[in-house]
Design a protein around this ligand. Structure first.
Ligand code: SMG
Ligand code: MG
Length: 368
């Protein structure tokens, strides 16, 4: 039984600025939920950024949602499943739901001695790692950064693109590193349907996929775009639930899905999207939100499910942080090991985590 929940706010610097079509991240504004009872603690890490630029959610807003509307739903005997059910009445706010649901799930799995991987039906012991490369000041800089990641052993490169930094950078990377490199691009909604012909120029570069070219709400426009562009369209921001995923696939808006548990309300919904895609033979991969080791551990368990046939944005700790809050995840032959211990299978280094913590608030639970 859970006796208390803690909400922790912390911050950690990134090793280098990460620029996307919507902004630059230089540090990670963190929110963790910790569900504790009987000496066991379950952890969740919120994926929201400090500003509502990737999507409408942002971390201070998540804190408000958790305090006002979600923590009041939790009692001592609340499970991840019962929380998901009671929180389904709250519209949107997927990232807030996900962090609390994950802490509850981690708590119960740790109590049962079951790893998140086995709970989800993981079939792999390690997962192939890709890396997401931010927009660089010049093509020369981009080539240097990509070379560094290839030297590290990353098995797939994803280039962030935006209008004005798209066709030529992709051409340069393809020409310099050759046809064998698994390569894809992510626009984070920066284009319009009227850019379809422009985007079709990317068809020359044998990309695995184009991720989220158009705004989140324009699912049907992606189906139009898919008729003009030969490269497979992959949706990220648009896919907020298994229902949206089903509709997007039905109308041909995408042929690949980036699954991010934080974006869809948690691992239970993420598993539903995996299962739907697996049944239909649609490839999925695990996205990333610059998570620390807590969020990364859980994502690795998900990425070890059988439908994750493409390498994800599950990079090593060193790609993000000088020092992670857990033991670092390290690349071996381009792979990361899936944690095997109960729950997410890893614990934070509490002394270090405390040293980057700004504040902790404790919520005692009623008996229910
Ligand atoms: O965790 O390696 C990571 C980041 C991967 O590119 C990444 N994430 O749209 O897929 C995406 C972005 C969202 C976060 S950008 C700050
Ligand atoms: Mg994306």
């Amino acid at each position: 039984m859970i006796s208390e929940i803690r909400l922790r706010r912390a911050h950690i610097d990134l090793v280098s600025p990460f620029r996307t079509s919507f902004g630059v991240e230089t540090s990670r504004d963190l929110l963790y939920m910790e569900a504790s009872g009987g000496g066991v603690t379950g952890w969740g890490e919120c994926v929201a950024m400090s500003e509502p630029m990737y999507s409408s959610e942002y971390v201070d807003g998540c804190e408000t949602m958790l305090r006002r509307f979600m923590l009041p739903l939790v009692q001592r005997d609340t499970t991840a499943q019962s929380f998901a059910k009671s929180a389904s009445g709250i519209r949107g706010h997927y990232m807030s739901k996900a962090v609390l649901e994950t802490a509850l799930l981690d708590f119960q799995l740790r109590c049962e001695g079951v790893s998140l991987g086995s709970f989800l039906g993981a079939t792999q012991t390690r997962v192939r790692s890709g890396v997401s490369v931010g927009i660089q000041p010049s093509i020369d800089d981009l080539l240097r950064v990509v070379q560094g990641y290839l030297n590290d052993g990353y098995l797939r490169i994803k280039l962030k693109i935006e209008p004005g930094f798209d066709i030529e950078p992709v051409r340069a990377v393809r020409t310099t590193f050759g046809d064998d490199v698994l390569l894809q691009v992510d626009a984070n909604s920066a284009y319009e349907l009227s850019d379809a012909k422009h985007l079709a120029q990317l068809d020359d570069f044998n990309l695995l996929l184009i991720e989220q070219p158009l705004p989140e709400e324009q699912v049907a426009s992606h189906a139009q775009l898919a008729k003009v562009v030969r490269t497979p369209i992959c949706l990220d921001e648009s896919i907020l639930s298994a229902e949206v995923a089903r509709e997007a696939l039905d109308i041909g808006a995408c042929s690949i899905i980036n699954i991010k548990p934080g974006r869809v309300g948690g691992y239970l919904e993420a598993k539903k999207i995996h299962d739907l895609c697996y049944e239909r033979g649609v490839a999925v991969w695990c996205g990333g939100m610059l998570e620390t080791g807590i969020g990364r551990a859980a994502n690795l368990a998900l990425a070890a499910m059988p439908g994750f046939t493409l390498p994800g944005d599950t990079s090593a700790s060193a790609r993000y942080f000088l020092r992670d809050v857990t033991a670092p995840f390290e690349l071996r032959d381009g792979h990361l090991d899936v944690p095997t211990g109960p729950g997410i299978g890893i614990d934070p280094d509490l002394d270090y985590l405390d040293s980057i913590t700004d504040r902790i608030e404790t919520f005692a639970l009623s008996r229910g």
